[in-house]
Design a protein. Structure first.
Lengths: 455, 346
């Protein structure tokens, strides 16, 4: 009987209580008790209590009543145990107040004195707990209390308030699963742009932009120059590799054609980064354009950084001398720089694949030496070819000579120690050997070639 | 001073309070203000000595403010006095302008000569650590730059720009100071151009324009640093010993056009033969904020290599270049709609 009144009317209000044990949740029921406190003065209390007990949520008050009751009992019990050694007057007084309140509310409805409301008692209990905890340093007491309370709260309120199916938490799990998959991360990478590599890599290659231009290169590759590729399997599928090629044609397309060849013919469809001469980066439009396609300014730092990131890098050691030479010197390899590419390969342990490109010289034959005009324009040379300045941008495609690209046997460079990159004699010897290899390959291909345009 | 053999220095070490004493010149600049706020919350720092002409608003319980004007003669003696009386252990020299100014003579006095004064004070009363705020812009924009400029690269910024020349001079005198006084750990932090929601400089105002002028046919790769990472770098320099020069840059690069698009702006390509004279005329008429030499940074690459600080100190910026732009853009959009106050301008 005492528990019913205690559970329902003056303290609990209606559906309060299974969580009363938590002190943070104390205020709401207390507020309600204040509201309810006015009513019982007029009406006898049990009635509204029973009314609230009647409808569907009947489960709750039923479960709540014994719980609240037992909470108070448990708390007082444990506190009494805890308090005993402390012998604090305040403590005992408070405990008395608690029992008093319980007794009072238990026997008759609170009409004129709602002073020791649940709020106060809870506050007192809190204070008691703190004191007991602090003074007796009685961890066992607290843990026992906690255990008791946990047992109390867990026991009765287990059945859910409504009869919603147990599927309620499934959408959560599904969403979590969905988020755990890579799909959304990738989507976000593309749209919310967390991952910049979706857009541009650190050397300026924009994969989307390059893809948009691919049809142009495919046309030139397949239809216009009908490129024939040999030995593409000599390019390893993974890891760093340096392709060293002859540079030719007054307007150099050999970089982009090598990239196209690797993309189309190579089993791993490797992305090629080729090193382009400085001067193209001086030009408006051209510099930014080739940079987005994958060209990188030729310098030691860039090449080394690319190779250390295990890229596939094409190098043209002849540089400008290769493309500015007159037509009568076609396929005559110029000086191979100062062996920078060899030093680089030794330092980074990169295998070198010698590459021979035939056909580009006839695509863009250099008609006249352009010294004076070039000096006037402040560029190393001006490509004066049969098609270029004459036919405007279309002339860039040049003549439809047939190309052949041959990838030679890779030359391993990891047999050398990195310090040997400073051994200039060794570097020079390796450089000359590489140059001779490519020149021999060129000569062989030219001998085998029947026609410039039919191949 | 690291090995306190000198009895006077040992005495100083004994009296020094527990925790570090950090002094900042240019304490009321963007970096200074925020660093003071951060250091106020850090228990490892016992006292902050703020040196500037204005008291920073973030100065709190631990901060002592001294009104110091680096353009005044004999300021070095006063600085040395402050360093001695406060037993300063670490000096952050950040009294630099974050945007070009037309008052170039005053800027020269403040940056180039002011650094000399600060270093003279440090010679008179050595500090254990000296940290300089510098810029990756000082490498200069050039088509001959490697894509990622290492710290060893010479500072080749256009000498025609007083703004950059003063900063290069400051770096040079600090470098010679570092060579001459091995007792002081000298750290130089070269920061990439700062972007972020609260920072305000010529760059945020450039990207905040409705039409952003660019040079037609040029789209250099840009690199930015988020303001939070800049502060993190300075805090790291206070907390850890890292003598030397470090590039502090955000990961990744963006073409200028992409950065402008991410900021939600339109770019207005202008041919260079027209752009440069216009820029010069506007600068001469004091109508533009950036000197004409800054046009070079819209044409050529100037991107620094942040690998050194990543490898040696495991410092990874929290924001990539792209994220810095996006973070700036989100705040800028709110400012455009007048939902946010304009960023603090010093």
């Amino acid at each position: 009987m005492a528990r019913k009144v205690l559970g329902n009317d003056p303290f609990g209000g209606a559906p309060a209580a299974p969580r009363v044990a938590k002190k943070s949740e104390a205020p709401p029921p207390a507020k309600k008790s204040a509201k309810a406190g006015a009513k019982p003065s007029v009406r006898p209390p049990p009635k509204p209590a029973r009314k609230s007990e009647a409808p569907p949520p009947a489960v709750q008050p039923e479960a709540a009543a014994p719980l609240e009751d037992s909470v108070v009992v448990a708390v007082t019990e444990v506190l009494a145990e805890a308090v005993a050694p402390v012998e604090n007057a305040v403590v005992t007084a408070a405990a008395e107040a608690v029992t008093e309140a319980a007794a009072e509310t238990g026997t008759r409805p609170v009409v004129e004195a709602p002073t020791p409301s649940l709020e106060d008692t809870v506050a007192q209990l809190d204070a008691l707990l703190d004191q007991a905890g602090a003074e007796a340093a009685s961890e066992p007491v607290l843990s026992r209390l906690a255990a008791r309370l946990r047992a109390l709260t867990l026991r009765p309120s287990a059945p859910p308030a409504t009869n919603l199916p147990a599927r309620t938490d499934e959408p959560f799990d599904a969403a979590r699963e969905l988020l755990a998959s890579d799909f959304y991360l990738r989507r976000w990478g593309q749209t919310a742009i967390r991952d910049r590599s979706e857009e541009i890599d650190e050397f300026g290659l924009d994969p989307d932009y390059a893809r948009r231009w691919q049809p142009v290169w495919d046309f030139l590759y397949e239809r216009w120059w009908r490129v024939e590729v040999e030995g593409v399997e000599n390019v390893p599928a993974t890891g760093r590799v340096a392709l060293v090629a002859n540079h030719s044609g007054a307007i150099p397309f050999d970089g982009i054609m090598l990239a196209t060849a690797l993309r189309k013919e190579h089993s791993a469809s490797r992305t090629l980064r080729w090193l382009a001469e400085d001067f193209i980066f001086h030009f408006p439009f051209a510099g930014a354009y080739v940079n987005r396609l994958g060209a990188v300014r030729a310098c030691q730092e860039n090449a080394e950084r690319l190779l250390r990131r295990d890229a596939c890098v094409a190098l043209f050691p002849e540089g400008v001398k290769g493309i500015a030479k007159p037509f009568r010197e076609r396929y005559q390899l110029q000086r191979f720089g100062r062996g920078g590419h060899i030093k680089l390969a030794i330092r980074t342990g990169t295998p070198i694949v010698p590459v021979t490109v035939v056909g580009a010289e006839e695509t863009h034959p250099m008609l006249f030496p352009s010294g004076r005009i070039a000096k006037l324009l402040g560029v190393p040379f001006v490509p004066l070819t049969p098609t270029f300045p004459l036919f405007g941008p279309l002339g860039l495609a040049g003549l439809p000579a047939r190309w052949k690209i041959v990838f030679g046997e890779p030359i391993a460079m990891d047999g050398y120690r990195p310090e040997q990159a400073e051994d200039l004699v060794l570097v020079n010897r390796l450089n000359e050997k590489l140059r001779e290899t490519i020149q021999a390959s060129l000569d062989g291909l030219l001998r085998a070639r029947q026609s410039v345009f039919k191949g | 001073m690291t090995d306190a053999k000198d009895p006077e220095q040992r005495a100083v070490a004994r009296i020094a309070p527990p925790g570090r004493v950090v002094a900042l010149t240019g304490a009321d600049g963007f970096l200074g203000r925020n660093l003071i706020g951060l250091l106020e919350d850090d228990d490892r720092v016992s006292r902050i000595v703020a040196l500037d002409v204005e008291r920073p608003a973030t100065a709190g319980r631990k901060t002592r403010f001294y009104k110091v004007d680096l353009t005044q003669p004999r300021v070095d003696a006063r600085l040395a006095e402050i360093l001695a009386s406060e037993q300063v252990e670490t000096l952050l020299h950040m009294a630099f302008l974050s945007s070009p100014t037309h008052a170039s003579a005053w800027a020269h006095e403040l940056e180039s000569v002011g650094t000399l004064h600060v270093l003279n004070a440090c010679r008179e009363r050595p500090v254990r650590k000296f940290v300089l705020w510098s810029h990756t812009m000082l490498y200069g924009a050039s088509p001959r730059n490697p894509n990622f400029i290492p710290e060893t690269h010479p500072l080749r910024a256009q000498s025609a720009s007083r703004y950059l020349r003063d900063k290069i001079e400051a770096e040079q005198v600090v470098a010679s100071f570092a060579k001459a006084s091995p007792g002081t750990l000298v750290t130089v932090l070269r920061l990439a151009p700062l972007l972020g929601p609260t920072v305000s400089n010529y760059l945020t105002r450039y990207l905040g324009r409705t039409l952003v002028p660019t040079v037609m046919g040029f789209d250099p790769l840009m690199q930015f640093l988020h303001e939070v990472d800049a502060l993190a770098a300075f805090k790291m320099a206070v907390m850890r010993d890292m003598p030397g020069v470090y590039n502090i840059v955000g990961d990744g690069v963006l073409p200028l056009s992409t950065a402008i698009q991410l900021a939600g702006r339109m770019h207005l390509p202008i041919p260079h033969p027209v752009f440069h004279p216009i820029a010069r005329a506007l600068w001469t008429a004091q109508l533009s904020e950036a000197p004409p030499t800054f046009v070079e940074y819209l044409r050529w690459i100037c991107v620094a290599d942040g690998d050194k600080v990543a490898n040696e100190l495991q410092f990874r910026p929290a924001f990539t270049t792209r994220e810095a732009v996006l973070d700036y853009a989100s705040a800028q959009r709110m400012r455009d709609a007048r939902l946010l106050r304009p960023a603090h301008t010093p």
